[in-house]
Design a protein around this ligand. Structure first.
Ligand SMILES: [Zn+2]
Length: 416
């Protein structure tokens, strides 16, 4: 079922960190990205909020002690503990935009899918759980709560959409005003459970077209479309492609800080590498269609060859992302540096070449939405992960191989 009871009965399993007694559940609270049970220790009388089983808390649930604001984190996952501790310390009662779209009449038990988060990829991956509830779990009505930047991706069939005007940088916010809106809405339904919002849904449970309304690259037309080989580089100004290792790898804490507040870095290096890649490919493939897509700071224009389509934007917006998805879906191959920036490109393109460094090895494949994984050999052919320091000439050779040799590979390997 992949749900956790929320209303009128709430189910949470935590023990008192002092008495080792199972805590009593007295209610629930959803003040933002965190879904919490309101809990009491029958022995020592201490009060807590305990994570309900959803999202990251499925794997590393934590307890917040109300009086002291201390987080008890038996799993030692500091980033997740810190978000809870800091958001509670800075809790606010300020209203935020809360737009309720009632699309279908609610007649059945409700599943609430909370997609709020402070990381783009986490929010998006939570939303992909909608398909599971709409498909295999069709005896419920689905309500999704999304940050406004994701509203365009909510699939058809969802009964209600609650669009919350919280930008990513405020994604961990503990907002009492929002908690009251959510409570009022949830308590208006007879029975509500919380989607467990798996951090990484299985590839066969995600049909990206239901979310973006963009048909992915037709793999059956790979060779037919080689008259215009199409390649797209996914640009990030805060995590650029680089080929020298002269910058020491950042610490975990530093990396997290950078994720939350993107630090601009000089762009010259990346633009040069991408230009070299594009030119190297075009030398062998004169009909090449090459584009660069992604977030760039204003002023980055003019740093790419004029024949390259520059689709970079300074900010994320529905229309930008939709247009980008059309471009991914037209691409034989997308190329980019590891990160959540690769989720939608990989979901729509024919193949992927990803640059990944040792500090990200532990996050392998977490940023890729695989397509057609029936034969693992074919999958491995189309999804390549290479060292982040790979130079443009070598990368161009690999992209060319994917473009021109896929059909030979399929014949040789008897791929059905
Ligand atoms: Zn106790």
């Amino acid at each position: 079922m992949r749900t956790t009871p929320l209303h009128p009965v709430t189910d949470a399993d935590h023990e008192c960190p002092y008495c080792r007694e199972r805590l009593d559940v007295r209610g629930w609270l959803i003040p933002g990205m965190r879904n919490l049970a309101d809990m009491l220790c029958g022995r020592c009388g201490r009060e807590f909020y305990g994570d309900l089983a959803a999202g990251q808390a499925l794997y590393t649930p934590m307890l917040l002690e109300k009086a002291a604001g201390v987080v008890h984190d038996p799993h030692g996952v500091e980033w997740f503990a810190g978000w809870l501790r800091d958001s509670y310390a800075r809790r606010t009662d300020d209203p935020v935009a809360f737009d309720v779209q009632e699309r279908l009449r609610v007649t059945r038990p409700v599943v609430l899918l909370n997609c709020l988060d402070t990381l783009y990829g986490h929010s998006l991956l939570k939303l992909l759980n909608a398909q599971y509830h709409l498909g295999r779990h069709a005896d419920v009505d689905l309500v999704v709560m999304v940050p406004s930047f994701l509203a365009w991706m909510v699939p058809d069939g969802v009964a209600q959409v609650w669009v919350v005007g919280l930008p990513l940088r405020r994604g961990t916010e503990w907002n009492e005003w929002l908690a009251r809106q959510v409570r009022r809405r949830v308590e208006a339904f007879q029975q509500v459970s919380l989607s467990q919002a798996l951090s990484h849904p299985r590839p066969d449970e995600v049909d990206i077209e239901r979310f973006t309304r963009v048909k992915p690259f037709p793999l059956g037309e790979w060779d037919a479309r080689l008259g215009r080989p199409t390649v797209t580089f996914i640009w990030r100004h805060d995590r650029p492609w680089r080929v020298t290792d002269d910058v020491p790898p950042p610490t975990r804490r530093g990396r997290l800080r950078r994720l939350l507040t993107p630090q601009p870095r000089p762009q010259g290096g990346q633009a040069e590498l991408v230009s070299d890649l594009a030119e190297a490919l075009r030398r062998d493939l004169p009909a090449l269609d090459f584009a660069v897509v992604g977030l760039a700071e204003a002023g980055g224009r003019g740093d790419l060859p004029v024949w390259v389509k520059d689709m970079r934007r300074p900010k994320l917006g529905d229309d930008a992302e939709r247009g980008w998805c059309d471009r991914y879906a037209a691409s034989h191959v997308v190329v980019g540096v590891h990160g959540s920036n690769m989720l939608l490109p990989s979901a729509h393109a024919g193949g992927v070449v990803e640059l990944i460094g040792p500090e990200r090895w532990g996050n392998f494949t977490q940023d890729v939405l695989f397509r057609d994984t029936a034969d693992c050999r074919e999958t491995l052919f189309r999804y390549r992960f290479v060292d982040e320091l790979t130079p443009p000439s070598a990368l161009a050779r690999l992209v060319e191989l994917l473009l021109s040799k896929r059909e030979d590979f399929r014949r040789l390997m008897n791929v059905l």
